[in-house]
Write a protein that binds this ligand. Structure first.
Ligand SMILES: [Zn+2]
Length: 222
């Protein structure tokens, strides 16, 4: 693999959107832990028997199992993709160290880059509470793009607020972010693997910057 791109940033920074766009533009594989866990739970892989009951009970999958699932898909992607975008992984220092060990074993430590989508909390909260979705086609509308009539442009359904975009849930997500994920910024910074990007800009502008870096990183390592 030429590139392992870790996207970091507070809730509302647009990690998911940018991860999707990067994967589409550069043919990268997206590693989103939640998606991969749900995917493996449906497969006939030995790991499925361990993951399925945990997901069904609505509990959190432990770091060691998450690592096994992630490395299973990373191994697969190594044969088919030039790089991966890690969206929501690693989520804490333990996972970051596990990922580092995995890369060290493959001699690919230098192929990892971390981009911080930097956004003040107040701006992120405004973005998240202002977001609306279409309950029918699941299209997401950001605060500055909601149609004046409050209806979905694609299907005309009245837009709603997602239950996890309410103020209380958002506060909780930020608390988890500050406690567990924000320390990763320093972790990657001391290893000279971190790039900071101002995410208080339009989605297109952020993508343009990110794409510039990704292009460089993909063409670098041989
Ligand atoms: Zn719709």
């Amino acid at each position: 693999m030429r590139l392992y791109l870790v996207l970091l940033g507070p809730p509302g920074a647009g990690k998911g959107t940018q991860a999707h766009r990067l994967c589409e533009a550069f043919g990268l594989f997206r590693v989103a832990t939640g998606d991969l866990l749900r995917r493996i739970a449906r497969e006939t892989h030995p790991l499925a028997a361990r993951v399925r009951p945990v997901l069904e009970a609505g509990r959190l999958v432990d770091d060691a199992t998450v690592l096994e699932v992630v490395s299973h898909y990373l191994d697969q992607a190594a044969g088919t993709h030039e790089g991966v975008v890690l969206d929501g992984y690693p989520r804490n220092l333990v996972q970051a160290e596990q990922l580092e060990d995995y890369l060290a074993r493959r001699g690919e430590t230098e192929r990892l880059w971390c981009v911080l989508l930097d956004l003040p909390e107040a701006v992120a909260v405004r973005r998240l509470t202002g977001r609306r979705i279409c309950p029918r086609c699941e299209r997401v509308y950001n605060v500055d793009r909601i149609p004046p009539d409050g209806r979905c442009e694609a299907c005309g359904t009245p837009l709603i607020q997602r239950t996890d975009d309410t103020e209380a849930v958002i506060q909780k997500r930020f608390q988890v972010y500050w406690e567990q994920t924000a320390p990763l910024v320093q972790y990657y910074e001391t290893r000279d693997r971190l790039v900071r990007l101002d995410a208080d800009r339009s989605e297109d502008k952020i993508f343009e910057c990110l794409a510039g870096y990704v292009r460089q990183w993909l063409t670098r390592g041989g």
